[in-house]
Design a protein around this ligand. Structure first.
Ligand SMILES: Nc1ncnc2c1ncn2[C@@H]1O[C@H](COP(=O)(O)OP(=O)(O)OP(=O)(O)O)[C@@H](O)[C@H]1O
Ligand SMILES: [Mg+2]
Length: 1023
């Protein structure tokens, strides 16, 4: 929802120039731009828009919820919220007094307030669902009760199509959380004369037309009604039963639905409509005189009434035609005159309706009464009172009812004056600020004119009613008024002021009300004040077979002869109720909504200057602004003021730290040179001229965009920091989690390997648990560590001197194991076999020759030596010595042990090939075109292939840091003279010793007969 642009001045207090004209200009400007609400300080002036305004939806509720008045454009929501806030925060009872003339929008305002309160309460219902149900029910009843009360208490008048014809004050009780828990409705003086009479253009109460227009045919049949209102005298006099703005059919449906919600049971609802129907029939009862005797015409109507009210027809007829008088112990029957009978009928109709209305209000109250079981007696609930009472009205013909209504408005205006002035004055006193009085019209004098004991109009009326000796007439009452009130500034009649020619002699009197002159017709005043209902009717209804109806008339139980005390008059009852109401309101913190009617034609655009000016004048709105501005246009608590304007000064922005809030406010005002225009109260600052406030507002507005950017920046920073923190926290959590997992894994390993040291295989057979994801890499290291440890354990048992040999054996094993069954692992590997006499008789020659070689070829030491049979590229077999040194492999002759050729550097070798059998064939694959193809032999006939492979591979690894490829295969291929040849292994009895032969293009490796070839297995097995 876009924030509405402000039009004119939102608070009249802030107007630069204040007089009625500028007030009017501002009000009109705002009205024409759809701004129907404007403040006077904390009073809300509301102009009836006469159109549906799109300003009450949930978005608006959110905008105003919990905010201060000045934070948002003026709205009635803000008043409702302020009232709710005071009540909730300070536990103080508050009230919202809605005033204004008929049709100005009071009832609508009260409904808007109720809906707002319903919308902002019970928001944390999810925490207490059972409580929520009750609160929702209460809210529902409070809201739904409106349609019932309006059906029975509102009517179309010439001022308003939905005019409240009763005063309504509703207390809403709240629990400590500020949620509504119940309520109570008080009603004031229902205009019951409307039941029997309507002025031209007006209607009876809505319910009559709703029943005729909305009820089903079956219902109407049961009630003996026809649909046409023109058939019933009590609803046709105004000749206005069709109203454009009213849909009686739909309203009937709404009322029935609300009755169901409010738990009016079937009998209750039946009664409601039966009474309405009975009154319609009653209006058609007529009397006639036949031979000087009063007779009833239209006896069918009487039948219907008796039937509907569940009374005996005969009793009803009697009650309509005569009355019982008890005098000095005798009981007499006195027949009515025709006029008396008609008066009795009308009084009966009015009384039945009035009691029914009272009963409806009682039933609603029962439905919303605060449940004593739920809320302990010790607990004090707070409440908000909402007053929506009939507005000041002037009709063509003003009678007793208008007199009461206008008196009520005088009382409320008086209350307004008192409270607004009192509050103001008190505030200045409290704050220690000097204050000068403002002139305003105090209407106390009019209140006195009506209500003063002995001298007031009500009292004079009562006196007249008490006179029984002679027949008192309305004319005599007017005379009494004239006599007592002659000379009163606000009272006149033709008698007291003969020059007022338009006042009817002996009929009219005029009261100058605060809101204007009203001329009242005295006719009917006495009767209406006495409010007589013959006892006979009370007895009649007390004897009704309808229990509800009977209960409405308890006084009917009195015996005929019982002398009853004269009941208080209607005027006195009303006066008392008004005084009680005012007292009640005085004890609450008031909030005001002042409603203004912009025109008489219900137009959404017309702004009738004269009408509005009149209302603004009599409501004293300009005076209200003046009082408010008396000396000071604006005041605010220091803390709030500082909060709102602290950005204006560098000393107070972002926070003022060098003193109290008051000091902070002073800093702002001094810095901006406003010091002359303000006074400092104890808790509030008072600003004299609106200009200052404007200047402050403007300065603030100029800074707001920058602050918005700052807030956005800060906010974004905050969001980013929060996200960063969350991420970090996440990382920590992940880390901790991983650590925990790792610890668990390590612990599991510890447990598993606890006894590995004492196991035979040092835990080799133990299966490792699956590592957590984060430990996969480290597990490789752990395994390495374990393997080292295990190797260590194994090696511990082997003397250190054997470790080099061990290493060689492991190297050999790693390439030969499972490929070659025999590779001499169980034997001690001597290496340089030819250097001792054990295998070489010429070992000294050998050693010397090797030493010489060492000097020329620069190797370190000899790793392995053996006699070999060699096969070359010329298919020649030769006996040689193979000498493996740490650098190269040499071939030596067998006598002098001289080097035959350049040796082959170990690092240059490209691979080794051996067979999977027991033979001693080994091929050293060399880089050039000739491999070294030899068969080892020794006297001991032991396997030296393993040792030879181990020595060469180990050395190769040391030199090249890589594994030398070793192939174990029964067909070995070799390169001799640049040709690839296969070495086929054969056995021949002719040979005593392994040797080579040319075998076509290949080579035959011929073994002596102590070998045999086994196909599908190792190719040659030593026998
Ligand atoms: N805020 C509003 N939005 C739209 N229409 C409104 C608003 N206020 C009043 N009206 C219109 O004005 C009509 C009269 O208003 P309402 O009945 O509240 O007057 P009232 O002051 O209660 O009069 P009375 O004293 O006769 O009861 C309503 O029926 C409605 O059509
Ligand atoms: Mg109303």
């Amino acid at each position: 929802m876009a924030m509405q642009r402000e039009v004119g001045v939102g608070d009249f207090v802030l107007m630069d120039k204040l007089d009625l004209e500028s007030f009017m200009r501002n009000l009109e400007l705002r009205f024409k731009n759809g701004r129907i609400y404007t403040y006077i300080g904390e009073v809300c002036v509301s102009v009836n828009p006469y159109r549906t305004m799109n300003i009450y939806d949930q978005n608006y509720v959110e905008q105003y919820k919990g905010r201060e008045l000045f934070e948002n454009p003026p709205h009635i929501f803000a008043i409702a919220d302020a009232s709710h806030k005071v009540m909730k925060q300070q536990g103080r009872d508050t009230c919202i007094v809605i005033s204004g003339e008929s049709g100005s929008g009071k009832t609508e305002a009260s409904k808007i307030i109720m809906k707002y309160i319903a919308a902002v309460t019970n928001q944390d219902s999810f925490r207490n669902p059972s409580g929520q149900k009750e609160i929702e029910r209460v809210k529902n009843v409070l809201i739904q009760s409106n349609s019932i009360l309006e059906a029975y208490g509102n009517a179309k008048t010439n001022r308003n199509d939905n005019s409240s014809r009763f005063g309504k004050y509703m207390d809403i009780h709240f629990d400590f959380k500020g949620d509504p828990i119940g309520g109570h409705i008080s009603k004031y003086l229902l205009e019951k004369s409307r039941v029997i009479h309507q002025q031209p253009g007006e209607r009876n109460f809505h319910c009559f037309y709703q029943l005729l227009g909305g009820a089903g045919d079956d219902v109407l049949k049961r009630l003996n009604l026809t649909r046409n209102p023109d058939h019933y005298f009590f609803v046709k006099q105004g000749n206005a039963h069709k109203v454009d703005t009213i849909n009686d059919r739909n309203d009937y449906r709404d009322v029935v639905s609300s009755l169901n919600t409010l738990q009016f049971n079937k009998d209750d609802q039946d009664l409601l409509w039966r009474v309405v129907a009975a009154i319609l029939h009653l209006g058609n009862v007529e009397f006639d005189i036949d031979e000087e005797k009063l007779i009833l015409k239209k006896s069918k109507a009487v039948d219907c009434v008796a039937d509907l009210l569940k009374v005996e027809k005969r009793d009803l007829e009697t009650a309509l035609c005569e009355r019982v008088i008890a005098a000095r112990g005798d009981i007499m029957r006195k027949e009515h005159t025709e006029v008396e009978a008609a008066f009795g009928r009308d009084a009966f109709a009015k009384a039945v309706y009035d009691r029914l209305f009272g009963w409806i209000v009682d039933k609603i109250n029962a439905a919303i009464a605060v449940d004593a079981n739920n809320y302990s007696k010790n607990y004090k609930s707070s409440l908000i009172g909402v007053l929506d009472i009939y507005g000041f009205e002037i009709f063509e013909n003003n009678s007793f009812e208008q007199f009461c209504i206008n008196y009520c408005n005088e009382k409320l205006q008086q209350l307004f004056i008192e409270l607004v002035l009192k509050q103001e004055q008190e505030e200045y006193n409290r704050e220690g600020i000097a204050w000068t009085n403002i002139e305003y019209f105090n209407n106390q004098v009019i209140c006195d004119l009506v209500e003063a004991p002995h001298q007031g109009i009500i009292s004079i009326m009562d006196d007249a009613c008490k006179m029984t000796a002679e027949k008192v007439t309305d004319e005599m009452l007017l005379e009494a008024l004239d006599k007592k009130l002659k000379g009163h500034k606000h009272y006149m009649s033709r008698q007291t002021k003969p020059s007022e020619k338009n006042l009817k002699h002996k009929i009219e009197f005029r009261v100058t009300h605060y809101a204007g002159d009203v001329t009242y017709s005295i006719l009917g005043f006495l009767d209406k004040n006495k409010d007589t209902l013959f006892q006979d009717f009370k007895r009649l209804l007390y004897n009704s077979k309808d229990a509800n109806l009977k209960a409405m008339w308890p006084e009917g139980a009195q015996h005929i002869s019982e002398i009853t005390k004269r009941p208080p008059t209607a005027g006195t009852l009303f006066k008392n109720s008004m005084q009680a109401l005012v007292q009640n309101l005085q004890n609450k913190e008031p909030h005001y909504v002042r409603c203004i009617k912009p025109n008489e034609i219900k137009s959404a655009s017309a702004f009738d200057e004269e009408r509005v000016r009149h209302q603004v004048s009599y409501l004293g709105l300009v005076e209200n602004v003046r009082v408010r501005r008396a000396g000071f246009a604006y005041r605010q608590r220091y803390d709030r003021f500082l909060k709102r304007y602290k950005m204006i000064s560098q000393f107070t922005w972002p926070n003022f730290r060098s003193g109290s809030d008051k000091d902070g406010v002073r800093v702002i005002m001094d810095e901006n040179n406003f010091a002359d225009d303000v006074k400092y109260g104890k808790t509030k600052i008072f600003i004299r001229s609106p200009k200052t406030l404007f200047a402050l507002e403007n300065a603030r507005n100029a800074l707001i965009p920058g602050i918005v950017t700052l807030i956005q920046k800060t906010w974004r920073g905050y969001v980013a920091r929060e996200q960063y923190k969350r991420m970090r926290a996440l990382m920590v959590m992940i880390k901790v989690y991983r650590q925990k997992k790792a610890r668990e894994y390590i612990n599991a390993l510890e447990r598993k390997f606890a006894r590995a040291g004492s196991m035979r295989d040092y835990g080799k057979s133990i299966s490792w648990p699956a590592p957590p994801l984060s430990m996969r890499e480290s597990t490789k290291t752990l395994r390495k560590i374990y393997n080292r440890w295990r190797a260590q354990k194994i090696l511990e048992r082997i003397p250190r001197s054997e470790w080099p040999q061990m290493k060689l054996k492991i190297t050999a094993a790693s390439v030969l194991i499972n490929k070659r069954p025999e590779y001499g692992v169980n034997r001690k590997w001597e290496g340089n076999y030819l250097s001792t006499h054990m295998e070489n008789n010429n070992y000294t020659v050998f050693n010397e020759a090797v030493n010489n070689l060492k000097n020329t070829k620069h190797f370190g030491n000899v790793l392995f030596s053996s006699y070999v049979t060699k096969f070359n590229k010329f298919n020649k077999v030769a006996e040689r010595v193979m000498l493996v040194t740490d650098q190269a492999v040499f071939k030596l002759d067998c006598e002098k042990f001289r080097n035959m050729k350049e040796g082959v550097a170990i690092g240059e070798l490209t691979g080794l090939s051996v067979s999977p059998g027991h033979d001693q064939l080994i091929v050293l694959h060399c880089p050039g075109s000739n491999d070294l193809v030899v068969s080892l032999h020794c006297l001991k006939q032991e396997d030296r292939i393993g040792e030879c492979v181990g020595v060469i591979c180990d050395r190769y690894f040391q030199i090249r840091k890589a594994e030398l490829p070793v192939k174990v295969s029964k067909t070995i291929s070799c390169s001799l003279g640049g040709k690839q040849k296969l070495i086929n292994i054969q056995v021949s009895a002719a040979e005593e010793k392994a040797t080579f032969k040319k075998d076509g293009n290949n080579v035959a490796y011929v073994l002596p007969s102590n070998f045999s070839i086994v196909e599908n297995g190792n190719n040659h097995i030593k026998q």
